[in-house]
Structure formats: structure tokens, C-alpha cells
Write a protein that binds this ligand. Sequence first.
Ligand code: PMT
Length: 222
Amino acid sequence: AAAPDLAGRRVVVSAGGTREAIDPVRFLGNHSSGKQGYALARTAAARGADVTLVAANVSLPDPAGVRVVPVGSAVELAEAVEAERRGADAVVMSAAVADFRPVRSVSSKIKKSGTAPEPIALVENPDILAGLVASRDAEAPGQTIVGFAAETDDVVANGRAKLERKGCDLLVVNQVGGGRAFGTEDNQAVVLGADGSATDIPTGPKDDLADRVWDLVVERLA
Ligand code: PMT
């Protein structure tokens, strides 16, 4: 059994991929299956944490002993995470969040006509992770905030720039593209710390990667 080193701790994990409605039948989305986020929730619960899992469009069974809050869009995910983060010791944002959403979601299905369809105008979604960092002192002093980054190239350089932009404590940078990370059973990452640290996590099951991330969170909470 796992060491109960998260006993007495409350953590919030986001998982899955947001969907931004274009019309009642279509959306802008991404390939996240939720497996990495569910692994984070499952392993935190096994280590004794009180876990809330905010799940965007995931079709996996609820992990045992975890409270699951289902959401659809980035705005819904933002509202759920902002409510749940109060009083939590750590928040881990492993969800793949759409950076943009259609300005308008039309209420009836867009029909195929003889002419080219109207371009879909987009507006930026809130940056949830940056918002959690900005409101931490007021809402959750001392909370550890962990982001994920999906990068296709220059993984460490792009990750370091993203860590600085978002201001989180740890950024788990996984390489995507070429069939990696999205929907797979295994994953691999380098975890960058705001203190300049870099921890390599070799390829292995998503639960193993999740456990290594919690090890780093536990170190910070100590
Ligand atoms: O679900 P799986 O199939 O197991 O795949 C796992 C995964 C590849 C989706 C996961 O490991 C992962 O990398 N998740 C983050 C993907 C992502 O959206 O990365 P990003 O570089 O676009 O965003 C960086 C961080 O900012 C993320 O923590 C994201 O949750 C957050 N973000 C992004 C946009 C936004 N508007 N608000 C945010 O909070």
C-alpha cells in the first residue's frame, strides 16, 4: 500500500479536455482522454488525500473514493476549479483547456448550403492556471499550484517560458505529437520548478508519473 503522506490534505485535480460549442452538435475540442488526470486523482486518494476531480468530457469510471465534478467547457471548468480550490492544499491542472471559444454558439444546427460557411469567430478563454496563481494570496494562501504543459518541440525551453508566464510552483512538461501522451497508457515528463529545479520522469504508466508528481508536491507541503 502507498504511504499515507497525503493524509489530512485536500487536493483538486482537473482532467480531460474542454469542448467549446459551435452549434448544438459540434464543438472545438482536443484529444485528452483524462487518463493522466484520473491517474493523479487515483494515486492521491491512495496516499490518503481528500480528492476532488474536475473532469471535462471524460468517459472513464470514477476513481474509488474520489469526488468527481463533471464539466464541459473551459468557462465551466474555470468556475468549478475556482470554487473547489478554496481551502485546498494543492491544485493540479492536468486538463487540456481550449485557449479560445466561438464568440457565439448558435442554437440551431448549422446547415450545409451551396456557399462556403461563415468563418467561426473566436474569443480567448480565461487562463485558469494563471488566475489561480494571481488570486492565491486572497483565496488560498500557501496553496501549491501545479500546471501541465503539452509541448511538441523544444520541450524544456518552452516549458521554462510557460512556467514563468503562468507563475505556478511546478510545471509538468510532457511531449505530445507522434502518438505521445494523449490517450496513451504511458507518459514521460520533465517537471520544472519555480526554484529552477528540473526532475526527469522516465516513460512509464501514468500512475507512476502521477506518484512522482505527488512526491514533489509532498516535498513542498512539508
Ligand atoms: O488525458 P490524457 O489522454 O491522459 O492526456 C494527458 C495530457 C497530455 C492532456 C496531459 O498530460 C497534459 O499535458 N495536460 C495539459 C495540456 C495543456 O492544455 O497544456 P497547455 O500547454 O495548453 O496548458 C498549460 C497549462 O495551463 C495546463 O495546466 C492547462 O490546464 C492550463 N490552462 C490552459 C489554458 C487555459 N485557458 N487555462 C488553463 O488553465
